[in-house]
Design a protein. Sequence first.
Length: 190
Amino acid sequence: MTPSTGKDLKTGNGEQPQRAWRPLWANVVAAGVILCAAAAALIYLDRLYPVGLGPRQPIPFSHRVHAGIKHISCFMCHDSVTRSSRAGIPPLQTCLLCHARIIRTYPYIARLREQAARNQPVVWQRVNWLPEFVYFDHSMHLRRGVDCSHCHGDVRQMDRVAGAVKFEMGFCIQCHRDNRVTHDCFVCHR
C-alpha cells in the first residue's frame, strides 16, 4: 500500500487483497464430507464382497481363481477328503503339477518351487478349527451328499478363504436334525 494514495499496489484500488485461505470451518466441512464418502464407499464395497478376507497366507493362493475361474475341482488339491476324516492341505508337489509349466516366473510360484526343492513345507494359517474332542469325518459327509459349501461357504468366490460359519455344537446338531441324521452325543464325541 502506498502511504500517499491509500491504494494497494497489487489491486490498484483501495480494497483489501483477497485472502488465499478458506476459513477453518470450511476445511472441517470438506474433511467431514470426504470422511463420509470414504465410509460410504467402504460399506458399499463390503456389500459387493460379502465373504470378506480370511487370514493372510504365506503364499497368496486364490481359491476364486483356481476353483472359480479355472474350475479346478476341490478334490484335485484336497484329494484325501474322499477317503479320510480330514480334508488336508495339499503337498507342494500337487501345486507343482500345474505350476511346473504355468506362470513359472511369478515370484510366489518361484518361491514355491524353491521350498519344494529344499523339501520345506509352506506353513499355512489355519482357517477352520474344531476342538480335539470332536470327531468329524469329511469323507462320510461327502458320501452322504453334503456339499463342501454348506460348511465352508462359496469358496469359489474367495481369494483368501474365510470361515463361513462358526463351527459350534448348535450348528452341527441343527444340520443333523434338518437332515434327519442321528444327533447322539457319541457320534461326534469319541
